[in-house]
Design a protein around this ligand. Structure first.
Ligand code: FAD
Length: 295
């Protein structure tokens, strides 16, 4: 299949790209890695009149360790992030999630920003960025604005980005050593989009002080599970207490089922998908606790 006709621009700078977004008439889209947008064009599911290609724009591809946070440029390829020594050392959870995005050929072209802006409800990066408490920087005609990941994903393929804005950076807050964390998903075949997934980040030294627990799949956006977060965060479970951790994991399984059932799930979500999401939350908490105990 061939895409519908569109006007195509290759700006060299961010300001040029923003001008093109502002000045162009009709449905204007930016093109990043093209791994979601080009199939949509070829299948005639999207009819943009103008494409603003970000691939020649200087300065949007980088991974920077700024001590208290990681900054990742929107045009950083997923594959580059996957093999980044900085991310491996400072944010292994993100690397875990990246290895599960499609296939290597897709990650070679697909970008971090493209996956976030596309906001597929079962994409790995929105789920894991929500668990990591990331912030996203959008550049627009009035300058930059920063949004929390939890405010960014509004619905399926819908974000808080305005049509005149370009996502330029993801920022991940860092601890001196990586927090114990886990990302797990289930898909029918290797490389397929997941049916459900869960990401967990724990905080604490000798005892668990708080947790961020996110499930994706049954709802249109990645969802933090407050009840599970409260349970894990208030458990005071010790890093060395295997028995208490096993009891906690069983309790998490029961609480996760109720928490997922209470989510505003979409009409297509099946009972299986909800059950799966709860099981994955339980596994992710167990895995994060196990990693914590080993350190
Ligand atoms: C066979 C196949 C399997 C896949 N499997 C998975 C999977 O398992 N998990 C997964 O998460 N993804 C999967 N993907 C999608 C892949 O990860 C894409 O790379 C990603 O969703 C989009 O990134 P991109 O850079 O290619 O963006 P594009 O396809 O270029 O753009 C996607 C959308 O985001 C917008 N956009 C892109 N960049 C920006 C920006 N900086 N600012 C504002 N808007 C922007 C575009 O306008 C467009 O609407 C798969 C794709 C294919 C073809």
């Amino acid at each position: 299949m061939k895409p519908p006709p569109f006007r195509y621009h290759t700006p060299r700078s961010l300001s040029e790209a923003l001008d093109l977004l502002r000045e162009s008439q009709g449905d204007v889209r930016v093109l990043a890695g093209g791994q979601s947008l080009v199939p949509l064009l070829n299948l005639r599911l999207a009819y943009p009149e103008v494409l603003v290609d970000l691939n020649q724009v200087e300065g949007l591809s980088y991974i920077r360790d700024e001590a208290t946070r990681l900054c990742i440029g929107a045009m950083t390829r997923q594959r580059e992030a996957e093999f980044s020594p900085v991310l491996t050392a400072r944010c292994p959870l993100l690397v875990d999630a990246l290895t599960q995005v499609g296939h290597p050929a897709i990650r070679n072209r697909g970008t971090i920003g493209g996956s976030l802006a596309h906001a597929d409800p079962v994409a790995e990066l929105p789920c894991v960025m929500t668990a990591l408490d990331a912030e996203f920087v959008a550049a627009g005609p009035g300058g930059e604005r920063v949004m929390a990941a939890s405010d960014f994903f509004l619905g399926p393929y819908e974000t808080a980005l305005d049509a005149s804005e370009i996502l330029v950076e993801a920022r991940i807050p860092l601890a001196p050593v990586p927090r114990p964390a886990s990302f797990v998903e289930f898909s029918r075949r290797h490389g397929d989009f997941a049916l459900a997934e869960a990401a967990v980040v724990l905080e604490g030294g000798g005892t668990c002080a708080s947790a961020r627990v996110v499930a994706a799949g049954p709802a249109w956006t990645p969802s933090r599970l407050d009840a599970v977060e409260r349970l894990v965060g208030s458990s005071g479970v010790a890093r060395t207490d295997g028995t208490a951790q096993r009891d906690l994991v069983e309790e998490v399984g029961r609480t996760a089922e109720a928490a997922v059932a209470a989510l505003p799930t979409h009409a297509e979500a099946t009972a299986y998908q909800r059950r799966l999401a709860a099981v994955l939350v339980k596994r992710a908490v167990a895995h994060a606790l196990e990693r914590w105990s080993r350190n």
